[in-house]
Design a protein around this ligand. Structure first.
Ligand SMILES: Cc1ncc(COP(=O)(O)O)c(C=O)c1O
Length: 383
């Protein structure tokens, strides 16, 4: 019999999902099958209620006062593109960090080439953490935005977002937080973080299906954030101008309702479980993994060893192995599923000195068990 699948690629997308997520998607597809916010028969009204409940629960999870300020998107990259392309104009300056994912780096590169937007990249320390003073130093009078990720998808390190947010505010810049690796795993209060925009996928820590994402908009930002798309919203259909009301201003065309009903079930699971318990579970398993690996002399670990400064994304290298070779061996011999390479974060790997091969990444999810962590440690020990 093939060994059970040990899924340690939760930073890419979480798996498995709670049973309720599978059931919600199946029930919607078979029984409701209606669009949201457009029609008035019973199934359409029920669909609209589930979508509204999802908005409300995501808002509750991040302490956003108004659910209308949660916009549904396609994924984390879509949320980030909506924020960056919608906000930045020719001549604007952005401060970001070397830790960012290509979902921030590539839109900024595009905006530099096509819209004359300038970007400063602040460095990080050896653990992958940005010093807020570096952000302060990089800000100029033209700085419109500080764009920074909450937790790294390479090192797992958590950035001092609240301090960075205060600095941005002092200088009149907006703050965009990429919460792809933190939302669902860390308690998040958008007011405490001081963020104007928070972007995240729905399919990682929030436990929704692929094809879901969210963008939080702070009060007033909609006056400066242009929508990327225009189209049908089911509201003000007699006018050919995009409505200015939220969330319609940013949600054109039919929503990914099969995804959103699953996301609703995923977020309900998290709220019921309690985000502090989810954080505790991830931290305990991260400690177990780091302790187990620290005893292996051939293993180099990246990121902070302080659990308060990290999430459950663990990058490593093993002397004498290419990370891709390691990932293949782990999968072929032990069914341990990881990810190798640059993880869409080229500047982060330059900073860590891990180019061109990158690292092997093991990422812990809500359903990862101690036995799975022990299996990974045992396999790496054997190698
Ligand atoms: C830090 C970070 N930002 C953005 C993204 C993009 O998310 P998505 O794959 O949903 O577009 C990811 C995904 O891996 C990520 O890790």
């Amino acid at each position: 019999m093939a060994p059970a699948r040990v899924y340690l690629d939760n930073a890419a997308t979480s798996w498995p999902k709670p049973e309720a997520v599978y059931r919600a998607v199946d029930d919607y597809q078979r029984r409701l099958g209606a669009p949201a916010g457009r029609s008035s028969y019973a199934e359409a009204a029920q669909t609209e209620r589930i979508v509204a409940a999802c908005r409300q629960k995501v808002a509750r999870l991040i302490a956003a006062a108004d659910p209308k300020r949660i916009v549904f998107t396609l994924n984390g990259s879509d949320s980030l593109n909506m924020a960056l392309h919608g906000l930045l104009q020719p001549g604007d300056h952005v401060v970001t960090s070397v830790c960012e994912h290509n979902s921030v780096l590539r839109p900024l590169r595009f905006l530099a080439e096509h819209r004359g937007v300038a970007t400063a990249y602040v460095p990080c320390d050896a653990a992958g953490i940005v010093d807020p003073d570096e952000v302060r130093r990089a800000i100029t009078r033209q700085t419109k935005l500080v764009a920074i990720l909450h937790a790294s998808n390479v090192t797992g390190s958590i950035q001092p977002i609240a301090e960075i947010g205060q600095i941005a505010k002092q200088h009149g810049a907006s703050l965009l937080v990429d919460a792809a690796q933190s939302l669902g795993y860390l308690p998040i209060d958008v007011n405490e973080l001081g963020c104007d925009l928070l972007a995240a996928p729905g399919h990682k820590g929030l436990l929704g299906p692929l094809g879901t994402g969210v963008l939080y908009l702070s009060p007033g930002i909609e006056q400066r954030l242009l929508p990327l798309r225009q189209g049908g919203t089911g509201t003000r259909s007699d006018e050919d101008v995009q409505p200015s009301s939220l969330p319609d201003r940013y949600e054109s065309g039919n929503l990914n309702v099969p995804g959103i009903v699953g996301l609703e079930a995923g977020v309900t699971h998290l709220l019921d479980a309690g985000i502090d318990r989810c954080r505790e579970h991830q931290s305990q398993l991260t400690a177990r993994l780091l302790d187990g690996l620290a005893g292996l002399p051939a293993v180099t670990l990246y990121g902070s060893r302080n659990l308060a400064e990290r999430v459950g994304v663990v990058s490593l290298n093993v002397a004498g192995y290419d990370p891709r070779e390691l990932a293949s061996l782990l999968d072929a011999q032990w069914s341990i599923q990881t990810r190798a390479g640059i993880h869409c974060a080229p500047r982060m790997h330059q900073a860590l000195g891990t180019v061109p091969a990158g690292t092997l990444r093991l990422s812990i999810g809500h359903f990862t068990t101690e036995a799975e962590i022990d299996a990974a440690i045992a396999a790496l020990s054997e190698l």
